[in-house]
Design a protein around this ligand. Sequence first.
Ligand SMILES: [Zn+2]
Length: 225
Amino acid sequence: MEKDSKPLSFALIGRSGCGKGTQAQLLMKHFGNLFYLSTGGLLRNLAKLDTSAGKRAKEILGNGELIPDFMIIGLWMRELCINLKDDQGILFDGALRRLVEAKQADGFFNFLGRKGNFFPILLDISREEAFDRLTKRRICKSCGRIIPYVGDFKNLEKCDNCGGELSNRQDDKPEAINNRLDYFDTQVIEVLEYYKKDNRLITVNGEQSIEDVFKDIIKAVEEKR
Ligand SMILES: [Zn+2]
């Protein structure tokens, strides 16, 4: 397999609140031609469809039940088969959270001759830090921007986007947050172990500033490629 001849792909993995969305944006900017793939987005689009599977997905999402593996994999696989261009890398945001998913992704990268150019990245924050960030983050009452509970944002008094008033209202109850964090500790951990086995996992301390997290990601990728 020719390294460097194929575009780089990434999967951002980490506990809820670890800053995946923010780092995804920075990676998009840095590498330019990345195909952004959000499993959550694909599922929400599916749930809007007036189809048998769409209706079922809507039901399951509403109950907070788990979407079956084959459906998650089928959705991103279809999306990539139809849309991914040869000169584009992939940025998985919120995907590869189950072992079977990670293995299927490897199969797909092999198929494309891209396995050596795929980098799973753990944005490592502790469970306590994740819980704090999820329960203390705020939302702008005017524009809906979510103000993360990190760094200087903690002291923000007005929305930095529109100047609107900030609300502490939480959509998620502590129980729901704990369920999500439990999922990471039981399911996602298996994915991390899988990538660690052949020394592919890039682990970055996610409790630093946004800039430092990003710097560490780029440094680790450059070292590995
Ligand atoms: Zn705002």
